[in-house]
Design a protein around this ligand. Structure first.
Ligand code: NAG
Ligand code: NAG
Length: 304
């Protein structure tokens, strides 16, 4: 009985070893293949391997649009980010850099990004308490964190366009195709902003010569954050260009930043020489939570 067991065992042993070796070789191959498509570790659970694979196959393809979205926890946050992700998902060669104003990345935003189907990088930067006052420029630390990430993780070889996509705007898909050809800094009109139906750069003979705006027309660049894009190489070639806290007045963030990297004469007008509105500063109405109970009354905890 015992000898029968041993003879069977020794007949099967070599076969078992062969099977194990074959499986091992196969998993190694798969993991190498996957590794090529997995973005660098700091990209924080970046999704969208389909797109990454396409870029890897054709590096001369479209410049990547890096959309920088500062965001913070509030009642409408998930609704706003959902609207944005539904747009961004449809834009090819797109990389969403979401920067939370928080001491750590939140579960809500992490989950939303994981399900968004958009290639993304999830960062956080806390606004110091002394800057959290009305009249202070907002999202400065978050935009600078995104610029820092781009400078640390992207090189001269990457063709890209950087756009500051706040989470309270509405973006048409055409806008992204307009900005994709940005050589240095491009500009276009923005709807529902500055107390007017729209603001726009005034263009003559293909050059920006002034600003149609209802507010502080004396600004060097009288433009909303959603009204311009910058070539990635301009961001990399000007490593000290950042959004400023010190000496910056309210509403001057755009001008203070653009002054560091370009001149009005160099701006590239998009959207039909700045005659079309492709982005709107919609802003969600402040929600009424007047009937929200102080303590949870519902039996389940629901993320909104
Ligand atoms: C890469 O993409 C560009 C632009 O779409 C195209 O013109 C070119 O033929 C592609 N190259 C290869 C090797 O597929
Ligand atoms: C913008 O204006 C310039 C100069 O007048 C002209 O050559 C160009 O074709 C215009 N572009 C568009 C998209 O209308």
């Amino acid at each position: 009985m015992k000898s029968l067991f041993y003879s069977r065992f020794f007949i099967l042993l070599p076969w078992a070893l062969i099977v194990i070796i074959v499986i091992d070789i196969d998993t190694k191959r798969t993991s190498v293949r996957d590794a090529r498509h997995v973005p660098p570790p700091r990209e924080g659970g970046a999704q969208g391997s389909r797109r990454t694979a396409r870029t890897a196959a054709n590096r001369t393809a479209l410049p990547v649009i890096y959309a920088v979205t500062p965001t913070y926890t509030r009642a409408v946050q998930k609704a706003e980010l959902t609207r944005l992700s539904n747009t961004f998902r449809q834009v090819p060669d797109f990389h969403w850099i979401v920067v939370e104003d928080a001491g750590a990345r939140t579960e809500l935003v992490s989950r939303l990004l994981a399900r968004s189907g958009v290639l993304h990088t999830h960062l956080h930067a806390l606004t110091p308490r002394r800057y959290k006052r009305s009249g202070m420029p907002r999202a400065t630390e978050q935009r600078n964190a995104a610029l820092g990430w781009l400078r640390a993780h992207r090189s001269r070889r990457t063709r890209g366009v950087v756009f500051f996509a706040d989470d309270d705007n509405t973006y048409s898909l055409e806008l992204f195709e307009e900005m994709r050809s940005t050589r240095r800094v491009s500009v276009w009109p923005v709807g529902l902003v500055g107390g007017r139906r729209y603001e726009r750069p005034l263009v003559e003979k293909g050059r920006v010569v002034g600003w149609y705006t209802g507010w502080r027309a004396d600004r060097p660049f009288a433009i909303d954050m959603a009204g311009f894009a910058v070539n990635l190489q301009v961001i990399l070639a000007n490593p000290r260009a950042v959004f400023k806290r010190r000496g910056s007045q309210p509403g001057m963030q755009e001008s203070d930043f653009l002054k560091q990297i370009t001149r009005v004469e160099e701006l590239e007008p998009k959207a039909g020489n700045c005659t079309q509105v492709l982005v709107w500063h919609t802003r969600t109405e402040k929600v009424n939570l007047g009937n929200e109970p102080k303590r949870r009354q519902d039996t389940v905890l629901i993320e909104v």
